[in-house]
Design a protein around this ligand. Structure first.
Ligand code: NBP
Length: 478
Protein backbone atom coordinates (compact mmCIF):
# COMPACT_ATOMS: atom_id res chain seq x y z
CA UNK A 1 0.00 0.00 0.00
CA UNK A 2 1.36 3.45 -0.91
CA UNK A 3 1.55 6.14 1.76
CA UNK A 4 0.63 9.04 -0.52
CA UNK A 5 -1.50 9.52 -3.62
CA UNK A 6 -1.01 12.11 -6.33
CA UNK A 7 -3.30 13.03 -9.20
CA UNK A 8 -1.98 15.06 -12.13
CA UNK A 9 1.34 14.37 -13.80
CA UNK A 10 2.15 17.67 -15.50
CA UNK A 11 5.34 19.52 -14.47
CA UNK A 12 4.29 20.21 -10.88
CA UNK A 13 2.79 16.80 -10.15
CA UNK A 14 5.72 14.82 -11.54
CA UNK A 15 8.24 16.81 -9.57
CA UNK A 16 6.25 16.70 -6.34
CA UNK A 17 5.85 12.93 -6.68
CA UNK A 18 9.62 12.57 -7.04
CA UNK A 19 10.21 14.93 -4.09
CA UNK A 20 7.77 13.04 -1.83
CA UNK A 21 9.35 9.70 -2.77
CA UNK A 22 12.84 11.08 -2.16
CA UNK A 23 11.75 11.98 1.37
CA UNK A 24 10.98 8.30 2.02
CA UNK A 25 7.25 8.04 1.30
CA UNK A 26 5.85 5.59 -1.21
CA UNK A 27 3.63 7.25 -3.82
CA UNK A 28 0.78 6.05 -6.05
CA UNK A 29 0.08 8.29 -9.05
CA UNK A 30 -2.81 8.74 -11.46
CA UNK A 31 -3.15 10.97 -14.49
CA UNK A 32 -6.23 11.33 -16.69
CA UNK A 33 -4.17 10.64 -19.81
CA UNK A 34 -2.61 7.22 -19.28
CA UNK A 35 0.30 7.79 -21.72
CA UNK A 36 1.70 10.46 -19.39
CA UNK A 37 1.59 8.03 -16.48
CA UNK A 38 3.38 5.40 -18.55
CA UNK A 39 6.14 7.73 -19.69
CA UNK A 40 6.64 9.06 -16.13
CA UNK A 41 6.83 5.59 -14.64
CA UNK A 42 9.17 4.27 -17.32
CA UNK A 43 11.47 7.29 -17.27
CA UNK A 44 11.76 9.72 -14.34
CA UNK A 45 10.09 7.40 -11.79
CA UNK A 46 11.98 4.32 -12.98
CA UNK A 47 13.37 2.38 -10.02
CA UNK A 48 11.60 4.59 -7.49
CA UNK A 49 8.94 3.73 -4.95
CA UNK A 50 6.22 5.13 -7.19
CA UNK A 51 3.39 2.99 -8.57
CA UNK A 52 1.14 3.75 -11.51
CA UNK A 53 -2.64 3.55 -11.31
CA UNK A 54 -5.04 4.10 -14.19
CA UNK A 55 -8.29 5.22 -12.60
CA UNK A 56 -9.37 7.08 -9.46
CA UNK A 57 -10.73 3.77 -8.19
CA UNK A 58 -7.40 2.02 -8.69
CA UNK A 59 -5.58 4.90 -7.02
CA UNK A 60 -7.86 4.81 -3.97
CA UNK A 61 -7.40 1.03 -3.71
CA UNK A 62 -3.61 1.43 -3.80
CA UNK A 63 -3.43 3.76 -0.78
CA UNK A 64 -3.13 3.05 2.94
CA UNK A 65 -5.74 4.62 5.22
CA UNK A 66 -6.37 7.37 5.99
CA UNK A 67 -5.76 8.09 2.34
CA UNK A 68 -3.91 11.29 1.47
CA UNK A 69 -4.44 12.41 -2.11
CA UNK A 70 -2.82 15.50 -3.56
CA UNK A 71 -4.40 17.03 -6.66
CA UNK A 72 -1.90 18.82 -8.91
CA UNK A 73 -4.21 19.52 -11.82
CA UNK A 74 -5.44 22.56 -13.70
CA UNK A 75 -7.50 24.78 -11.40
CA UNK A 76 -11.22 25.36 -11.92
CA UNK A 77 -13.67 22.78 -13.26
CA UNK A 78 -11.10 19.90 -13.36
CA UNK A 79 -10.70 20.11 -9.57
CA UNK A 80 -14.46 19.85 -9.03
CA UNK A 81 -14.65 16.98 -11.50
CA UNK A 82 -11.90 14.99 -9.78
CA UNK A 83 -13.33 15.63 -6.31
CA UNK A 84 -16.68 14.32 -7.55
CA UNK A 85 -14.94 11.18 -8.88
CA UNK A 86 -13.13 10.62 -5.58
CA UNK A 87 -16.00 11.35 -3.17
CA UNK A 88 -17.88 8.07 -3.54
CA UNK A 89 -14.64 6.09 -3.35
CA UNK A 90 -13.23 7.63 -0.18
CA UNK A 91 -13.87 6.66 3.42
CA UNK A 92 -13.93 8.25 6.89
CA UNK A 93 -10.89 10.49 7.60
CA UNK A 94 -9.46 10.30 4.09
CA UNK A 95 -7.91 13.57 2.93
CA UNK A 96 -8.01 15.42 -0.37
CA UNK A 97 -5.41 18.18 -0.79
CA UNK A 98 -5.86 20.60 -3.66
CA UNK A 99 -2.33 21.83 -4.38
CA UNK A 100 -3.17 23.84 -7.52
CA UNK A 101 -3.64 27.58 -7.88
CA UNK A 102 -7.35 27.40 -7.12
CA UNK A 103 -9.40 30.57 -6.74
CA UNK A 104 -9.90 30.99 -3.01
CA UNK A 105 -13.69 31.30 -3.28
CA UNK A 106 -13.74 27.90 -5.03
CA UNK A 107 -11.69 26.47 -2.17
CA UNK A 108 -14.07 28.00 0.39
CA UNK A 109 -17.01 26.39 -1.42
CA UNK A 110 -15.27 23.01 -1.70
CA UNK A 111 -14.36 23.17 1.99
CA UNK A 112 -18.00 23.80 2.91
CA UNK A 113 -19.28 21.09 0.60
CA UNK A 114 -16.79 18.49 1.84
CA UNK A 115 -17.43 19.37 5.48
CA UNK A 116 -20.82 17.75 5.01
CA UNK A 117 -19.11 14.50 4.00
CA UNK A 118 -16.69 12.13 5.72
CA UNK A 119 -13.84 13.36 3.55
CA UNK A 120 -11.39 16.00 4.85
CA UNK A 121 -10.20 18.81 2.61
CA UNK A 122 -7.07 20.93 2.52
CA UNK A 123 -6.62 23.79 0.06
CA UNK A 124 -2.89 24.30 -0.32
CA UNK A 125 -1.00 26.90 -2.33
CA UNK A 126 2.32 25.62 -3.66
CA UNK A 127 4.98 28.06 -4.82
CA UNK A 128 8.40 27.61 -6.33
CA UNK A 129 7.56 26.50 -9.84
CA UNK A 130 8.73 23.16 -11.13
CA UNK A 131 12.19 23.41 -9.53
CA UNK A 132 10.64 24.19 -6.15
CA UNK A 133 8.27 21.25 -6.52
CA UNK A 134 11.23 18.96 -7.08
CA UNK A 135 13.69 20.35 -4.55
CA UNK A 136 11.39 21.78 -1.90
CA UNK A 137 8.56 24.29 -2.40
CA UNK A 138 6.94 26.74 -0.04
CA UNK A 139 3.54 25.30 0.82
CA UNK A 140 0.55 27.22 2.14
CA UNK A 141 -2.09 24.81 3.46
CA UNK A 142 -5.43 25.77 4.95
CA UNK A 143 -8.66 23.96 5.73
CA UNK A 144 -9.24 21.08 8.10
CA UNK A 145 -6.71 21.40 10.96
CA UNK A 146 -6.91 17.76 12.08
CA UNK A 147 -6.27 16.63 8.52
CA UNK A 148 -3.25 18.93 8.36
CA UNK A 149 -1.81 17.24 11.45
CA UNK A 150 -2.08 13.90 9.61
CA UNK A 151 -0.17 15.11 6.53
CA UNK A 152 2.22 17.39 8.46
CA UNK A 153 5.01 14.79 8.81
CA UNK A 154 5.06 14.43 5.01
CA UNK A 155 4.67 18.11 4.12
CA UNK A 156 7.36 19.27 6.55
CA UNK A 157 9.87 16.95 4.88
CA UNK A 158 8.83 17.80 1.34
CA UNK A 159 8.91 21.59 1.86
CA UNK A 160 11.95 23.81 1.39
CA UNK A 161 14.08 23.89 4.52
CA UNK A 162 15.32 27.26 5.72
CA UNK A 163 17.50 27.61 8.82
CA UNK A 164 16.25 24.16 9.81
CA UNK A 165 12.61 25.18 9.60
CA UNK A 166 10.35 23.83 6.85
CA UNK A 167 8.55 26.33 4.65
CA UNK A 168 5.09 25.05 5.49
CA UNK A 169 2.64 25.70 8.28
CA UNK A 170 -1.08 25.42 8.87
CA UNK A 171 -2.42 28.84 7.91
CA UNK A 172 -6.08 28.79 8.86
CA UNK A 173 -9.51 27.36 8.11
CA UNK A 174 -11.32 27.07 4.77
CA UNK A 175 -9.52 28.83 1.96
CA UNK A 176 -6.86 30.57 4.11
CA UNK A 177 -4.05 28.70 2.34
CA UNK A 178 -5.16 29.57 -1.16
CA UNK A 179 -5.84 33.17 -0.13
CA UNK A 180 -2.26 33.50 1.18
CA UNK A 181 -0.93 31.92 -2.03
CA UNK A 182 -2.97 34.37 -4.10
CA UNK A 183 -1.51 37.36 -2.21
CA UNK A 184 1.96 35.80 -2.56
CA UNK A 185 1.39 35.87 -6.31
CA UNK A 186 0.14 39.47 -6.14
CA UNK A 187 3.35 40.51 -4.40
CA UNK A 188 5.26 38.49 -7.01
CA UNK A 189 3.57 40.52 -9.78
CA UNK A 190 4.61 43.73 -8.00
CA UNK A 191 8.25 42.74 -7.55
CA UNK A 192 8.59 41.40 -11.10
CA UNK A 193 7.25 44.67 -12.52
CA UNK A 194 9.59 46.71 -10.30
CA UNK A 195 12.59 44.67 -11.46
CA UNK A 196 11.48 45.16 -15.07
CA UNK A 197 11.38 48.92 -14.47
CA UNK A 198 14.88 48.88 -12.93
CA UNK A 199 16.12 46.96 -15.99
CA UNK A 200 14.53 49.55 -18.29
CA UNK A 201 16.10 52.43 -16.34
CA UNK A 202 19.56 50.91 -16.57
CA UNK A 203 19.25 49.73 -20.15
CA UNK A 204 17.37 52.66 -21.65
CA UNK A 205 18.31 55.43 -19.24
CA UNK A 206 22.01 54.58 -18.92
CA UNK A 207 22.58 52.48 -22.05
CA UNK A 208 23.85 49.44 -20.13
CA UNK A 209 24.58 46.30 -22.11
CA UNK A 210 23.68 42.81 -20.93
CA UNK A 211 27.03 42.10 -19.32
CA UNK A 212 26.66 45.31 -17.29
CA UNK A 213 23.08 44.42 -16.41
CA UNK A 214 24.20 40.98 -15.31
CA UNK A 215 26.91 42.52 -13.12
CA UNK A 216 24.57 45.07 -11.51
CA UNK A 217 21.85 42.54 -10.71
CA UNK A 218 24.42 40.02 -9.46
CA UNK A 219 25.91 42.68 -7.18
CA UNK A 220 22.45 43.70 -5.95
CA UNK A 221 21.73 40.08 -5.20
CA UNK A 222 24.64 40.02 -2.76
CA UNK A 223 23.17 42.91 -0.73
CA UNK A 224 21.05 42.35 2.34
CA UNK A 225 18.35 44.65 0.94
CA UNK A 226 17.83 42.95 -2.41
CA UNK A 227 19.10 39.41 -2.04
CA UNK A 228 16.29 37.26 -3.46
CA UNK A 229 15.39 34.53 -5.91
CA UNK A 230 13.93 37.00 -8.42
CA UNK A 231 17.12 39.10 -8.36
CA UNK A 232 19.20 35.95 -8.85
CA UNK A 233 17.26 34.69 -11.86
CA UNK A 234 17.22 38.18 -13.39
CA UNK A 235 21.03 38.30 -13.24
CA UNK A 236 21.14 34.86 -14.89
CA UNK A 237 18.70 35.82 -17.63
CA UNK A 238 20.94 38.69 -18.84
CA UNK A 239 23.75 36.22 -19.49
CA UNK A 240 21.76 33.81 -21.61
CA UNK A 241 22.63 34.11 -25.32
CA UNK A 242 20.12 33.05 -27.96
CA UNK A 243 21.79 30.22 -29.89
CA UNK A 244 20.05 31.27 -33.14
CA UNK A 245 20.77 34.99 -33.25
CA UNK A 246 23.66 35.23 -30.74
CA UNK A 247 21.79 38.13 -29.11
CA UNK A 248 20.88 38.08 -25.41
CA UNK A 249 17.77 35.90 -25.46
CA UNK A 250 15.80 38.36 -23.32
CA UNK A 251 15.98 40.90 -26.17
CA UNK A 252 14.48 38.38 -28.59
CA UNK A 253 11.40 37.83 -26.39
CA UNK A 254 8.16 39.59 -27.28
CA UNK A 255 7.42 42.33 -24.75
CA UNK A 256 3.84 41.22 -24.06
CA UNK A 257 3.41 39.71 -20.59
CA UNK A 258 0.83 37.04 -19.99
CA UNK A 259 -0.97 36.19 -16.77
CA UNK A 260 -3.07 33.44 -15.29
CA UNK A 261 -5.28 35.55 -13.02
CA UNK A 262 -3.84 35.44 -9.50
CA UNK A 263 -2.68 39.09 -9.70
CA UNK A 264 -6.12 40.09 -10.89
CA UNK A 265 -7.81 38.15 -8.07
CA UNK A 266 -5.53 39.85 -5.53
CA UNK A 267 -6.52 43.30 -6.77
CA UNK A 268 -10.22 42.46 -6.90
CA UNK A 269 -10.14 41.09 -3.35
CA UNK A 270 -8.19 44.14 -2.14
CA UNK A 271 -10.74 46.49 -3.69
CA UNK A 272 -13.61 44.48 -2.17
CA UNK A 273 -11.98 44.71 1.25
CA UNK A 274 -11.05 48.38 0.80
CA UNK A 275 -7.30 47.84 1.06
CA UNK A 276 -5.00 49.98 -1.12
CA UNK A 277 -2.52 47.86 -3.14
CA UNK A 278 -1.30 50.34 -5.77
CA UNK A 279 2.06 48.67 -6.49
CA UNK A 280 0.42 45.30 -7.09
CA UNK A 281 -2.47 46.81 -9.02
CA UNK A 282 -0.12 48.81 -11.24
CA UNK A 283 1.89 45.67 -11.95
CA UNK A 284 -1.27 43.96 -13.22
CA UNK A 285 -2.04 47.06 -15.34
CA UNK A 286 1.51 47.03 -16.70
CA UNK A 287 1.12 43.45 -17.94
CA UNK A 288 -2.19 44.40 -19.57
CA UNK A 289 -0.63 47.47 -21.22
CA UNK A 290 2.30 45.38 -22.47
CA UNK A 291 -0.11 43.07 -24.24
CA UNK A 292 -1.31 46.00 -26.42
CA UNK A 293 1.74 45.47 -28.58
CA UNK A 294 0.35 46.45 -31.97
CA UNK A 295 -1.40 49.53 -30.63
CA UNK A 296 1.75 50.61 -28.79
CA UNK A 297 3.84 50.22 -31.94
CA UNK A 298 1.40 52.51 -33.79
CA UNK A 299 1.34 55.02 -30.92
CA UNK A 300 5.15 55.07 -30.87
CA UNK A 301 5.01 56.40 -34.44
CA UNK A 302 2.66 59.20 -33.38
CA UNK A 303 4.42 60.34 -30.20
CA UNK A 304 8.05 60.88 -29.30
CA UNK A 305 9.43 58.17 -27.04
CA UNK A 306 12.45 58.04 -24.79
CA UNK A 307 14.35 61.32 -24.79
CA UNK A 308 18.09 60.84 -24.32
CA UNK A 309 20.22 59.28 -21.63
CA UNK A 310 20.80 60.20 -18.03
CA UNK A 311 24.09 62.06 -17.67
CA UNK A 312 24.41 62.33 -13.88
CA UNK A 313 26.40 60.30 -11.37
CA UNK A 314 25.54 57.45 -9.05
CA UNK A 315 22.33 56.48 -10.79
CA UNK A 316 22.79 52.72 -10.38
CA UNK A 317 22.85 53.02 -6.59
CA UNK A 318 19.83 55.31 -6.67
CA UNK A 319 17.88 52.77 -8.74
CA UNK A 320 18.89 50.09 -6.22
CA UNK A 321 17.55 52.24 -3.38
CA UNK A 322 14.33 53.05 -5.23
CA UNK A 323 13.87 49.36 -6.03
CA UNK A 324 14.32 48.41 -2.38
CA UNK A 325 11.75 50.98 -1.18
CA UNK A 326 9.23 49.99 -3.83
CA UNK A 327 9.66 46.27 -3.09
CA UNK A 328 9.11 47.01 0.61
CA UNK A 329 5.84 48.72 -0.39
CA UNK A 330 4.73 45.68 -2.42
CA UNK A 331 5.23 43.48 0.65
CA UNK A 332 3.60 46.08 2.93
CA UNK A 333 0.53 46.19 0.66
CA UNK A 334 0.32 42.39 0.52
CA UNK A 335 0.69 41.98 4.27
CA UNK A 336 -1.91 44.71 4.93
CA UNK A 337 -4.26 42.86 2.59
CA UNK A 338 -3.67 39.57 4.41
CA UNK A 339 -4.35 41.28 7.72
CA UNK A 340 -7.65 42.75 6.50
CA UNK A 341 -8.75 39.49 4.88
CA UNK A 342 -7.85 37.55 8.00
CA UNK A 343 -10.02 39.84 10.13
CA UNK A 344 -12.92 39.89 7.69
CA UNK A 345 -12.88 36.18 6.89
CA UNK A 346 -11.67 34.77 10.23
CA UNK A 347 -8.50 33.15 8.87
CA UNK A 348 -6.57 33.91 12.11
CA UNK A 349 -3.40 34.34 10.05
CA UNK A 350 -0.06 34.64 11.80
CA UNK A 351 1.83 37.09 9.53
CA UNK A 352 5.17 36.22 11.11
CA UNK A 353 4.60 32.61 10.08
CA UNK A 354 3.56 33.72 6.60
CA UNK A 355 6.85 35.63 6.26
CA UNK A 356 8.72 32.60 7.60
CA UNK A 357 7.29 30.11 5.10
CA UNK A 358 7.99 32.53 2.24
CA UNK A 359 11.70 32.64 3.13
CA UNK A 360 12.47 29.51 1.12
CA UNK A 361 11.17 27.56 -1.83
CA UNK A 362 8.84 30.21 -3.23
CA UNK A 363 9.25 32.77 -5.98
CA UNK A 364 9.24 35.78 -3.62
CA UNK A 365 11.80 34.31 -1.21
CA UNK A 366 14.11 37.10 -0.17
CA UNK A 367 16.33 38.37 2.61
CA UNK A 368 13.79 41.14 3.30
CA UNK A 369 11.42 38.51 4.73
CA UNK A 370 13.71 37.92 7.71
CA UNK A 371 13.09 41.33 9.30
CA UNK A 372 9.40 40.99 8.39
CA UNK A 373 9.17 37.70 10.27
CA UNK A 374 10.79 39.26 13.34
CA UNK A 375 8.68 42.42 13.17
CA UNK A 376 5.37 40.54 13.04
CA UNK A 377 6.57 38.18 15.75
CA UNK A 378 7.23 41.13 18.06
CA UNK A 379 4.16 43.11 16.92
CA UNK A 380 1.47 40.76 15.61
CA UNK A 381 -1.02 43.65 15.49
CA UNK A 382 1.16 46.00 13.46
CA UNK A 383 -1.18 47.60 10.93
CA UNK A 384 1.41 48.33 8.24
CA UNK A 385 5.01 47.19 7.80
CA UNK A 386 6.08 50.71 6.84
CA UNK A 387 5.42 51.78 10.44
CA UNK A 388 7.94 49.32 11.88
CA UNK A 389 11.08 51.25 12.97
CA UNK A 390 13.24 48.96 10.81
CA UNK A 391 11.37 49.84 7.60
CA UNK A 392 10.84 53.46 8.63
CA UNK A 393 14.60 53.96 8.83
CA UNK A 394 15.35 51.85 5.77
CA UNK A 395 12.91 53.87 3.67
CA UNK A 396 13.62 57.34 5.02
CA UNK A 397 17.33 56.91 4.28
CA UNK A 398 16.48 56.12 0.65
CA UNK A 399 13.53 58.41 -0.06
CA UNK A 400 15.62 61.07 -1.82
CA UNK A 401 17.00 58.45 -4.24
CA UNK A 402 13.52 56.99 -4.80
CA UNK A 403 12.15 60.45 -5.69
CA UNK A 404 15.10 61.26 -7.93
CA UNK A 405 14.83 58.03 -9.90
CA UNK A 406 11.17 58.70 -10.65
CA UNK A 407 11.95 62.31 -11.59
CA UNK A 408 14.70 61.19 -13.99
CA UNK A 409 12.47 58.49 -15.47
CA UNK A 410 9.72 61.06 -16.03
CA UNK A 411 12.16 63.46 -17.72
CA UNK A 412 13.40 60.68 -20.02
CA UNK A 413 9.87 59.39 -20.79
CA UNK A 414 10.72 55.98 -19.32
CA UNK A 415 7.55 54.60 -17.74
CA UNK A 416 8.06 53.43 -14.15
CA UNK A 417 4.42 52.83 -13.18
CA UNK A 418 4.96 50.51 -10.21
CA UNK A 419 7.84 52.52 -8.75
CA UNK A 420 5.73 55.68 -9.05
CA UNK A 421 2.68 53.95 -7.56
CA UNK A 422 4.71 52.72 -4.61
CA UNK A 423 6.11 56.19 -3.91
CA UNK A 424 2.58 57.59 -4.13
CA UNK A 425 1.46 54.85 -1.71
CA UNK A 426 4.13 55.89 0.77
CA UNK A 427 3.46 59.62 0.28
CA UNK A 428 -0.30 59.10 0.68
CA UNK A 429 0.08 56.85 3.70
CA UNK A 430 2.26 59.39 5.50
CA UNK A 431 -0.09 62.36 4.86
CA UNK A 432 -2.44 63.24 7.71
CA UNK A 433 -4.71 65.14 5.31
CA UNK A 434 -5.37 64.08 1.75
CA UNK A 435 -7.40 66.03 -0.83
CA UNK A 436 -10.38 63.68 -0.61
CA UNK A 437 -12.26 66.36 1.36
CA UNK A 438 -12.82 67.82 -2.12
CA UNK A 439 -13.97 64.45 -3.44
CA UNK A 440 -16.51 64.29 -0.63
CA UNK A 441 -17.69 67.82 -1.42
CA UNK A 442 -18.17 66.89 -5.09
CA UNK A 443 -20.08 63.73 -4.16
CA UNK A 444 -22.36 65.71 -1.95
CA UNK A 445 -22.74 68.44 -4.62
CA UNK A 446 -23.88 66.14 -7.44
CA UNK A 447 -25.41 63.26 -5.54
CA UNK A 448 -26.32 64.40 -2.01
CA UNK A 449 -23.99 61.69 -0.72
CA UNK A 450 -23.31 63.66 2.51
CA UNK A 451 -20.00 64.24 4.27
CA UNK A 452 -18.46 64.34 7.75
CA UNK A 453 -16.91 67.48 9.21
CA UNK A 454 -13.56 67.75 10.94
CA UNK A 455 -14.93 69.99 13.70
CA UNK A 456 -18.19 68.30 14.73
CA UNK A 457 -19.68 64.80 14.75
CA UNK A 458 -22.59 63.81 12.49
CA UNK A 459 -23.45 63.53 8.83
CA UNK A 460 -23.97 66.67 6.77
CA UNK A 461 -25.43 67.66 3.45
CA UNK A 462 -25.25 71.05 1.80
CA UNK A 463 -27.39 72.57 -0.95
CA UNK A 464 -24.33 73.74 -2.89
CA UNK A 465 -26.32 75.78 -5.46
CA UNK A 466 -29.47 77.82 -5.31
CA UNK A 467 -31.11 76.02 -8.24
CA UNK A 468 -34.88 75.73 -7.67
CA UNK A 469 -37.03 72.79 -8.64
CA UNK A 470 -38.78 74.68 -11.41
CA UNK A 471 -35.59 75.58 -13.28
CA UNK A 472 -34.36 71.96 -12.95
CA UNK A 473 -37.58 70.69 -14.54
CA UNK A 474 -37.28 73.09 -17.42
CA UNK A 475 -33.67 72.06 -17.95
CA UNK A 476 -32.21 75.50 -17.30
CA UNK A 477 -30.03 74.57 -14.35
CA UNK A 478 -26.89 75.64 -16.21
P1 NBP B 1 -1.50 22.24 -15.52
O1 NBP B 1 -2.08 23.38 -14.78
O2 NBP B 1 -1.01 22.48 -16.89
O3 NBP B 1 -2.59 21.05 -15.56
C1 NBP B 1 -2.32 19.88 -16.25
C2 NBP B 1 -2.80 18.68 -15.48
O4 NBP B 1 -4.20 18.78 -15.20
C3 NBP B 1 -2.60 17.39 -16.26
O5 NBP B 1 -2.22 16.38 -15.37
C4 NBP B 1 -3.98 17.15 -16.83
O6 NBP B 1 -4.24 15.83 -17.17
C5 NBP B 1 -4.82 17.56 -15.66
N1 NBP B 1 -6.24 17.75 -15.96
C6 NBP B 1 -6.86 18.66 -16.74
BR1 NBP B 1 -6.00 19.94 -17.72
N2 NBP B 1 -8.18 18.53 -16.77
C7 NBP B 1 -8.43 17.46 -16.01
C8 NBP B 1 -9.63 16.79 -15.65
N3 NBP B 1 -10.81 17.24 -16.07
N4 NBP B 1 -9.53 15.70 -14.87
C9 NBP B 1 -8.35 15.26 -14.44
N5 NBP B 1 -7.18 15.86 -14.73
C10 NBP B 1 -7.22 16.94 -15.50
O7 NBP B 1 -0.32 21.55 -14.67
P2 NBP B 1 0.85 22.22 -13.80
O8 NBP B 1 1.50 23.37 -14.53
O9 NBP B 1 1.69 21.08 -13.34
O10 NBP B 1 0.09 22.85 -12.54
C11 NBP B 1 -0.72 22.08 -11.68
C12 NBP B 1 -1.38 23.03 -10.70
O11 NBP B 1 -0.34 23.69 -9.94
C13 NBP B 1 -2.17 24.15 -11.37
O12 NBP B 1 -3.27 24.50 -10.58
C14 NBP B 1 -1.19 25.30 -11.42
O13 NBP B 1 -1.83 26.55 -11.47
C15 NBP B 1 -0.45 25.10 -10.10
N6 NBP B 1 0.89 25.65 -10.07
C16 NBP B 1 1.71 25.60 -11.15
C17 NBP B 1 2.99 26.12 -11.09
C18 NBP B 1 3.91 26.05 -12.27
O14 NBP B 1 5.02 26.59 -12.18
N7 NBP B 1 3.54 25.38 -13.36
C19 NBP B 1 3.45 26.70 -9.90
C20 NBP B 1 2.61 26.71 -8.78
C21 NBP B 1 1.33 26.19 -8.88
P3 NBP B 1 -4.00 15.33 -18.69
O15 NBP B 1 -2.56 14.97 -18.74
O16 NBP B 1 -4.89 14.19 -18.83
O17 NBP B 1 -4.35 16.47 -19.60
Amino acid sequence: MAQFGLIGLAVMGENLALNIERQGFSVAVYNRTAEKTDSFISQRADGKDIVATYSPKELVAALERPRKILLMIKSGAPVDAVIEQLKPLLEEDDIIIDGGNSYYEDTARRSRELQATKVNFIGMGVSGGEIGALLGPSMMPGGNKDAYEVVKPILTKVAAQVEDSPCVTYLGPGCAGHYVKMVHNGIEYGIMQLIAEAYDLLKTGLGFNHQQLHEVFSAWNTTQELNSYLMEITADIFQYIDPQTKNPLVEMILDAAEQKGTGNWTVISAMDLGVPVPTIMTAVNARIMSAYKEERVKASQVFDGVSGRYQGEGFVDKVRDALYCAIACAYAEGMALLKAASQERQYHLNLSEVARIWKGGCIIRAEILKPMQQIFQAQPDLVNLLLAPYFKEAILSRTAAWREVITVATQLNIPVPAMSASLAYFNSYRRDRLPQNLTQAQRDYFGSHTYHRIDQPGTFHTEWTQVDAESLQTGTAD
